[in-house]
Ligand binder design. Structure first.
Ligand SMILES: *Cc1c(COP(=O)(O)O)cnc(C)c1O
Length: 465
């Protein structure tokens, strides 16, 4: 057939709409999506004819392409992936996974009415913060607390409340940038606080703060340098000294502690990371931290500290714009509850579990996954190797947690192609390449996803035959 004849043979959309496959699809896919997929399929074949890629076709071929397109169109743009990178709090992959109880709470809050801003005792309007405040107080030891959308919002709100048109003194060694362009100087600027930098990058002394205090000083700010370490000839003013200084001049001390660490990790063989409870005990006036970093909950910003200041913060009109939503609140409450019993927290909060589970456990899991993969990908070279996982999320950058990884290499497919095929899997599998091998770190892979990984390899290696 020549091109002209082939083009004439192309079906009309209405014609294909009568095909059984298409009718079946209409049962569970919106009509405009089906029509669009048909149009695109016909267009693809028209272009293939014109550019002489094909010399013949049948309607069946077009419908096969249609089904492929429909599958793509029906899958969400925002979707599940498998994190095989070993970076536990991977900001690009959604940071912390929620515990089972947190997930259940989210579901209940989503599909039912609730007492979000309703006081069941009095039958009057209530506050959305009241549900979580007592729990945060119990766990952290703070007098009062509130929660907002994320920690960046928490820092902004605190500074706006206590330091607007005033000065906030910060050490030059703590003017951090967190990934995703959260920069302390910029946040301060937005909040209306005037940044007063003191000391040098590597050394700041108590007198640097004291010499810069004047009647317009609104706060002394300490920022946890969560994502980098300065080593060598360094000096930082510790929190106790800063609190003493604040008391002397009656100026609040604010600490942005970044990751909300509520358990002492040194007990479990990791390095010590300052806990929220420690800061409160040391007398800090306000501490802010993230909900979805080492706390292991949903995206949120927690503000805990002295009641006088929290009361002021709650009255700030900005809270309306930064407020936490009901599903987050549900997840946060369920997550905090675990911390009433540390043993439960460590066992049930996925982020903590991933950080603290033993490498021997992951070695066994690595062997299990290797055996399964070897069955479907016979000439894939699989090595089990001791390696290191990272905490991620800008937390504990120097901490290397021992883990086991699978190192993969195949003579049939390049390492780069294998990584790409896994990444473009129906449920994407995110890996990393090192020394021309694909690494799968067991620490961040869930048991329930093993079969998805096996199926992905099965497909890749079948097609490559
Ligand atoms: C991560 C981090 C933030 C930002 O917290 P988000 O919850 O991501 O908004 C702010 N300050 C510090 C020190 C951090 O580590």
């Amino acid at each position: 057939m020549n091109n002209k004849e082939l083009l004439r043979k192309l079906p009309k959309i209405d014609e294909l709409l009568k095909e059984e496959i298409v009718l079946a699809e209409l049962n569970h896919t919106l009509r405009p999506i089906v029509v669009e997929a048909l149009r695109e399929s016909i267009n693809k074949f028209r272009n293939d004819i014109i550019s002489e890629v094909i010399s013949d076709f049948s309607n069946k071929d077009i419908l096969r392409h249609f089904l492929y397109l429909i599958q793509k169109k029906n899958s969400s743009k925002f979707k599940k992936v498998i994190n095989a990178t070993g970076v536990i709090i991977h900001t690009n992959l959604g940071r912390s996974l929620l515990s089972q109880k947190a997930v259940e709470s989210v579901k209940v809050s989503a599909e039912n009415y609730n007492n979000l801003e309703y006081n069941l005792e009095t039958g009057e309007r209530g506050s959305r913060y009241s549900h979580i405040e007592e729990l945060v107080r119990k766990v952290t030891g703070a007098e009062a607390a509130m929660v907002v959308n994320n920690n960046a919002a928490a820092v902004m709100l605190v500074l706006n409340t206590l330091c607007r048109n005033k000065e906030a003194i910060v050490s030059r060694g703590q003017l951090v940038e967190i990934g995703g362009s959260f920069r302390i100087p910029d946040v301060m600027n937005f909040s209306g606080a005037k940044l007063v930098e003191v000391g040098t990058t590597n050394r700041t002394h108590l007198y640097d703060y004291e010499n810069n205090i004047n009647e317009n000083t609104g706060a002394l700010l300490k920022v946890h340098t969560s994502n980098f370490k300065i080593i060598g000839f360094t000096e930082e003013v510790n929190l106790e000294e800063l609190v003493q200084l604040g008391k002397k001049y009656n100026i609040p001390v604010i600490e942005d502690i970044g990751s909300g660490v509520l358990v002492d990790f040194s007990k479990y063989g990791l390095s010590y990371e300052p806990t929220v409870q420690d800061s409160i005990k040391k007398g800090v006036d306000i501490v802010t931290f993230s909900g979805d970093k080492m706390l292991g909950g949903p995206q949120a910003g927690v503000i805990a500290g002295k009641k006088v200041y929290i009361d002021k913060i709650k009255k700030n009109q900005l809270t309306r714009a930064l407020r936490i939503d009901k599903m987050t609140l549900a997840a946060l409450e369920a997550t905090f509850k675990y911390y009433l019993d540390e043993e439960e927290a460590v066992k049930n909060i996925p982020t903590l579990y991933m950080m603290l589970s033993s490498k021997e456990e992951h070695k066994k899991r690595a062997q299990n996954l290797r055996d399964k993969l070897q069955k479907v990908a016979k000439d894939l070279e699989i090595k089990i190797s001791l390696d290191y996982s990272m905490v991620g999320g800008g937390s504990m950058p120097a901490e290397k947690i021992e883990t086991y990884v699978l190192k993969l290499k195949s003579s049939r497919i390049s390492t780069k192609d294998l990584e790409e095929k896994l990444r473009k899997n129906f449920i994407p599998i995110i890996t990393r390449i090192y020394n021309d091998e694909v690494y799968l770190d067991l620490r961040t892979i869930l048991d329930k996803d093993f079969h998805i990984i096996v199926e992905a390899f099965n497909n890749i290696f079948l097609l490559e035959m």
